[in-house]
Design a protein around this ligand. Structure first.
Ligand code: PLP
Length: 492
């Protein structure tokens, strides 16, 4: 049964609101603005509420169930973040206001820059970019600006491991570089031999995700950094997997020169439909001057202290915007996604340093627990202790007709969002599972039980998988067409 359209529940004379008596003289609308072909639905308040709440429930959400989408870090988004973001002092400000009227906002952004510096070990952070991919573009443009500032124009190639996210080659191409693919070795690390063979004075840098998208910590990260630096290149860090290492190791200490953060992953701000994201970039001393701007800086204010003693002890600061000296420029209107910054700041303040480390420890523990329950059941191409996620294959030896897409669709019948599938590309029929730290053992067990049952069904009743999902409002969409030409009102 499909959900009725709002017009189909319309009944003449019903109204959802009672407007107050008009207390100004009525003026007829100009004729040219009136349309005969735009009848408004007439529905009562309760019908309207039920209509939209039912529609909202057709969507799967992290607030309704487990969402183990690998690489996406679909952790629970604490509601206190939303409370903070809607405080009137934040909501009722505008980016055109002069800095002296928004010192609180600027203080928050400054502090967030400082927190991200502390977590990553970088010298400077810009909150400008609006997403991880946007941060990548910023970082690659910074690398480019750095080489050009030294008159080094021969560097035309960016090295990218074959386990990388598709946004890495996309950002590289947008920044005008040629992408060179580097293979992974049998343990899922960057193949050092192949890397050595490519290191020369045409290399602008290497983009590395660590832990990588197999959920594995590259065991040679420092050697990789050394090789890239030795040939004059720079090391870009794709920070999407920061949730595995917060408070444990600082990416700058591993040899990265520049890295993006995904606030909507690691720092619990909503993804996609829940609001925009943010992809701040951090850089070491060498690349900091090239950061996109403006960034927030503070200045000591030498003010007459107020008469009472408490005031005298406090240092006074004035916060304002500044463009880094060799900045690649602005990447976004105004100053980044401020509301997202408030949520990430709140998350960091709620947890504190010890709490952030615990987040990563539990994210890794949860992933290894799930892995230990599933590794005898589904093939595990890289059999190592994982970080915050792991990659199985849906190619079951005793069910040759069953594909990963069937397993993913069948999982929906058990009430779970499917994991990431067919990525990373180097694992055939990949099932990429990231449970995050916010899930209980009961949830992890229920998910493992479902996947174990599905592996059994694949052998005994593969048709059940081929025809899945059986309970979802829509079943198997042409995903490309669904994104390009969405038909939103026509549900099964
Ligand atoms: C999510 C992700 C990105 C891109 O980040 P967006 O915020 O989605 O633009 C890049 N690399 C990896 C490994 C990711 O998981």
């Amino acid at each position: 049964m499909r959900e009725p359209l709002i017009y189909e529940i319309s009944s003449p004379g019903r109204a959802g609101v009672n407007l107050p008596e008009c207390d100004v003289p009525a003026t007829p609308l100009p004729k040219e603005y009136l349309r005969e072909d735009l009848p408004l639905p007439e529905v009562s308040e309760v019908d309207l509420v039920r209509h939209y709440v039912r529609l909202s429930q057709l969507n799967y959400a992290v607030d309704t169930g487990f969402y183990p989408l690998g690489s996406c870090t679909m952790k629970y988004n604490p509601k206190v973040n939303e409370e903070a973001a809607k405080l009137p002092g934040f909501v009722q400000t505008h980016p055109y206001q002069p800095p002296d009227t928004i010192q609180g906002n600027l203080f928050l952004m400054y502090q967030l820059q400082e927190f991200l510096k502390e977590i990553s070990g970088f010298a400077s952070v810009s909150l400008q970019p609006a997403a991880g991919a946007h941060g990548e573009l910023a970082g690659v443009l910074m690398i480019r600006a750095y080489h050009e500032s030294r008159g080094d124009h021969k560097r035309t190639r960016m090295l990218i491991p074959d386990s990388a996210h598709g946004t890495n080659p996309a950002s590289t191409t947008m920044a005008g570089y040629e992408t060179v693919k580097i293979s992974s070795d049998a343990r899922g690390n960057v193949d050092l031999e192949e890397l050595r063979a490519h290191c020369d004075d045409t290399v602008a840098g290497l983009m590395l995700t660590n832990p990588n998208t197999l959920g594995l910590f590259d065991e040679h990260v420092q050697e990789i950094a050394r090789l890239v630096h030795e040939c004059g290149g720079l090391l870009y860090g794709d920070g999407a997997n920061l949730n595995a290492i917060m408070g444990i190791v600082k990416p700058a200490a591993l040899g990265f020169d520049v890295m993006h953060f995904n606030l909507h992953k690691t720092f619990s701000t909503p993804h996609g439909g829940g609001g925009p994201g943010a992809g701040p970039v951090g850089a070491n001393e060498v690349l900091a001057p090239f950061l996109p701007g403006p960034i927030v800086v503070k200045e000591r204010v030498e003010e007459e202290p107020a008469s009472d003693e408490e005031w005298e002890e406090e240092e006074m600061y004035y916060y304002h915007w500044q463009m880094p000296p060799s900045s690649i420029g602005r990447l976004k209107a105004f100053y980044g996604n401020f509301a997202v910054c408030i949520k990430a700041y709140t998350y960091i303040r709620m947890l504190g340093a010890a709490g952030l480390r615990e987040v990563s420890e539990n994210a890794v523990l949860n992933a290894n627990y799930l892995l230990s329950r599933l590794k005898g059941v589904y093939p595990l191409p890289y059999n190592r202790t994982c970080m915050h996620e792991f990659v199985l294959s849906g190619r079951l030896p005793d069910a040759p007709d069953v594909h990963t897409i069937d397993i993913a669709k069948r999982l929906m019948d058990f009430g779970f969002h499917p994991p990431t599938i067919y990525f990373p590309l180097i694992v055939p029929e990949a099932l990429m599972i990231e449970p995050t730290e916010t899930e209980s053992k009961e949830t992890l067990d229920a998910f493992a039980d479902a996947l174990i049952q599905i592996a059994q069904e694949a052998k005994t009743n593969p048709e059940l998988l081929h025809s899945a999902p059986h309970l979802a409002p829509v079943a198997r969409l042409d995903e490309v067409l669904a994104a390009r030409q969405p038909v939103l009102q026509c549900l099964k």
